[in-house]
Design a protein around this ligand. Sequence first.
Ligand code: G3H
Ligand code: 13P
Ligand code: ZN
Length: 284
Amino acid sequence: MALVSVAELLAKAEAGGYAVGAFNANNMEIVQAIAMAAEKENSPVIMQASQGAIKYAGLEYIVGLVRIAAETTHVPIALHLDHGTSFDQVVRCIRSGFSSVMYDGSQLPLEENIRITQKVIEISRPIGVSVEGELGHIGGTEDDISVDEKDAHYTDPDEALTFVRETGVDALAIGIGTAHGQYKGEPKLDFERLEKISKLVNVPIVLHGSSGVPDEAIRRAISLGVRKVNIDTNIREAFVAGARKVLEDNPAEIDPRKILGPGKEGAIELIREKIRLFGSGGKA
Ligand code: G3H
Ligand code: 13P
Ligand code: ZN
């Protein structure tokens, strides 16, 4: 199957009342794990490349790997830029074959965020590439953007309405208390704010930093309009746990395939569980 846009997947998710998992793809084994999990659950899926992934694997390798995953599976797959840092990077990703991009102008003043997001949409929409925008900071460490958890501020519903009206984004990432990376305690989500924003803006909402958010909170967020759930850290944990076990059991192991293979298996199981939690299983 050819790559599909995130907007197309989220429109179906909106109609069906579920969310699509957006899983960070960093290497071949993780791309394979996401594709295999999606195929097993018969689920649509989003593979996304962060700044770190682009630096590590290179744009061409990511596009090549995800294209092959899409061509060799029967489920719809989107390739999405995660936390795009500039207009130029968006252009490079679209030229390389991404079917969807995020432009993250959340650290800019609202007007500036709107202006650049509009520019991104101007070049993306005519060619069917969908655009995710971000308003309100998401705590933790996200790529090159570091936001101190205490200073991270939540999305203002009125600003969200202005942002969506002015830009026409296909999906909106918001700050309601989630953070990237491993949580120290249990995250507390501002569901009231989510409900308000979701009703006001009428576009699919994206939840970043979803690893470590309790299942019940994820279900509630989906019931209130979250349609794209971003997961990276949990995949890293599952992958490394599998690889670590091999090395603990057999410190003399030198075959990378025997170390990374169990890592991939761990990631497949984790992603399958997330797909079932998000309700996208059987919706391919
Ligand atoms: O956006 C959050 C991701 O977890 C990015 O992490 O740049 O280290 O790949 P990374
Ligand atoms: P986690 O690493 O916390 O799952 O966050 C992923 C994310 O939001 C990617 O954009
Ligand atoms: Zn994120």
